[in-house]
Design a protein around this ligand. Structure first.
Ligand SMILES: Nc1ncnc2c1ncn2[C@@H]1O[C@H](COP(=O)(O)OP(=O)(O)OP(=O)(O)O)[C@@H](O)[C@H]1O
Ligand SMILES: [Mg+2]
Length: 570
């Protein structure tokens, strides 16, 4: 029998789309305070927001008449007709947030629109008069007291806290002119009102800022500003921040496009850090596609991403000449370091098998080693292993010129060919003892997974859909020691990219990821015997010239190229 749901149930169901965790409440209340032109916002948190979440602002306040209606669904002061969506300069437009929060918690609002101390309190759906400063204070108690299932799906207190704090930072980064205070059992912080540049410093600290580049790009189609990792200074930072027309959003496409700009500089699993403010013509985006307003639809997205990528590349590498860049930059760094660090006057004629000692000199010299047996890489005979450069490249002397080997790329190739031999025809599946909740995926990734459950299962990733969460129950057996959530995201990304879902191709991609993870990295110090066997093993590979991801494993600078660089010949 079909029944009409009562209003309370309807409200609870709608609230489920907007509010999944305390961080969602914080986001909605911060948006409202900013929409009300607040210049000071104070936040109080207890038990990661599950017991109390209170936000006090000095904004416009809510009138007595509006106070009673603001907690009804679809009541907003910000939108009249659908066309207004395209010229909106407020975060809010649906009139859903307060109704949703009120449906799943015990909420109180104290507010005043005037400076005379006259204010109002909304409690248990009743309005009364109180003394109150201009502005609004919203206290949210006992979240999910009436939806215990949802409470069960909350993560640990510390995980909920970090989500909450990161949501707070999203706003702090974006609004330097607002003074923010955050008080909780774990953190007690104030961000005074300042400039955008100083706000970056307040939030990320000088260490991170010294490794990032401030940028501002204007084009006919968009303006982009923010900060981004300097190509030469990788560091790990857990979060990135993207704002499109002032809304914090998640965008796998934009993140991927930026990572691609760094592909020659960072290793496969390294990601640059960035804060990105993108301004687009508001007519070309749709903000109304995600219940938490976390995603935005961009018209002609492929075109936008291409232009965006070019703009970022142009800013990061302003004078780079694509054809000559890689070889030149390698050469230039060697040239400089040869002059400064490489003392070839006093070669030690013995082979040194001891562990390298100092870690800071960019070139580790294992000077003038005569190899007892002849070794080869491809057709090049290696006469001397000169040493490691930046603990990343191996430098060798050959009769044909200087041979540079990328130690990570080389080992990745060796591991890939080994893994293909071992696992190509032996694809076993392993159950996870505790199924892994996929709480790191975006809304669209979730949809994608649900659509492609069978395909993922064939790849060894069995997914269970429980309530509205997804759990990973199995993984390919050979990933046992290497599996983590970035791995799964990489696989997803590849599937989303792939025009054809060829199972063997995707399995091979997973083998490539595994090979990458197992390999030595840039900045790993190697002994001469490790270098020696690396070269020999690479030489045994069928395809020794490229790594699993298509980058070169070695480069030869021959005599002619050197002479050209020194302008001895033209
Ligand atoms: N801190 C505040 N200061 C002043 N007015 C507020 C504040 N919070 C809410 N309001 C008023 O209450 C109304 C309802 O808020 P609510 O967040 O539910 O909806 P919204 O912001 O209009 O839309 P959305 O659901 O997209 O956030 C707002 O339109 C606004 O008029
Ligand atoms: Mg709102």
């Amino acid at each position: 029998m079909i029944r009409k749901l009562n209003q309370e149930t309807i409200n609870l169901i709608s609230a489920g789309e907007v509010i999944e965790a305390p961080c969602d409440i914080l986001k909605e209340l911060l948006e409202n305070a900013i929409d009300a032109n607040a210049t000071e916002i104070n936040i109080k948190i207890k038990a990661s927001g599950t017991e109390l979440l209170e936000i006090k602002d000095n904004g416009t306040g809510i009138s007595k008449a509006d106070l009673a209606t603001c907690i009804e669904r679809h009541t907003t002061s910000k939108l009249e007709k659908i066309d207004d969506l395209y010229s909106l300069n407020t975060f809010g437009f649906r009139g859903e947030a307060l109704a949703s929060i009120n449906a799943i918690s015990k909420m109180e609002i104290k507010t005043s629109t005037t400076e005379d101390g006259k204010g109002f309190l909304l409690k248990e759906n009743l309005v009364s008069s109180i003394v109150c400063q201009k502005g609004t204070t919203i206290s949210v108690n006992d979240i999910f007291y009436n939806v215990p299932v949802r409470k069960k799906f909350l993560k640990s207190k510390s995980q909920e806290f970090s989500k909450l704090y990161n949501t707070f930072l999203e706003f702090v980064i974006q609004y330097p002119k607002i003074r923010f205070q955050f008080i909780s059992e774990k953190k007690n912080e104030t961000f005074s009102n300042t400039t955008q540049e100083n706000r970056y410093l307040q939030v990320f600290g000088s260490e991170v800022i010294s490794k990032t580049k401030l940028f501002n790009i204007k084009s006919d189609f968009f303006n982009i500003s923010g900060i981004i990792t300097k190509p030469e200074s990788y560091f790990f930072y857990p979060n990135n921040y993207i704002y499109i027309n002032k809304r914090p959003v998640y965008s796998a496409q934009i993140t991927k496009a930026i990572s691609k700009c760094y592909k020659d500089y960072l290793m496969i699993q390294q990601r640059p850090f960035f804060v990105l403010f993108i301004e687009l013509n508001s007519k070309t985006i749709d903000i109304n596609i995600h219940p938490k307003k976390r995603q935005i639809k961009i018209q002609n997205e492929i075109l936008f991403i291409n232009q965006f990528k070019q703009a970022i590349e142009g800013n990061l590498f302003p004078k780079s000449n694509k054809e000559t860049q890689s070889i030149k930059s390698i050469y230039e760094s060697i040239g400089a370091d040869f002059k400064n660090n490489l003392d070839l006057k006093e070669p030690k004629p013995v082979m040194d098998y001891s562990e390298p000692k100092e870690k800071d000199a960019p070139v580790k010299i294992v000077p003038a080693i005569k190899q007892p047996p002849k070794i080869y890489l491809d057709r090049f005979e290696i006469r001397e292993i000169i040493g490691q450069l930046f603990d990343t490249f191996i430098i060798c002397k050959t009769p044909d010129g200087l041979l540079l080997i990328d130690q990570h790329a080389a080992e990745e190739r060796i591991n890939l060919e080994k893994n293909r031999r071992l696992y190509e025809n032996d694809f076993k599946i392993q159950n996870l003892v505790i199924p892994k909740r996929l709480d790191f995926i975006s809304f669209s990734q979730k949809e994608f997974i649900l659509k492609n459950k069978k395909l993922l299962e064939n790849l060894g990733f069995k997914i269970k859909h429980l309530e509205d969460a997804l759990f990973l129950e199995t993984i390919p057996e050979f990933l046992e020691h290497y599996f983590d959530h970035t791995f799964f995201l990489d696989v997803l990304e590849d599937l989303e990219d792939g025009a054809d879902f060829n199972l063997n191709r995707i399995k091979d991609k997973i083998l490539k990821l595994k090979s990458c993870k197992e390999s030595i990295k840039a900045n790993d110090v190697l002994t001469i015997s490790q270098i020696y066997s690396l070269i020999q093993n690479l030489n045994k590979c069928v395809d020794k010239t490229i790594c699993a991801h298509g980058r070169p494993t070695y480069i030869l600078l021959n005599k002619k190229e050197l002479e050209k660089m020194f302008k001895r010949i033209i």
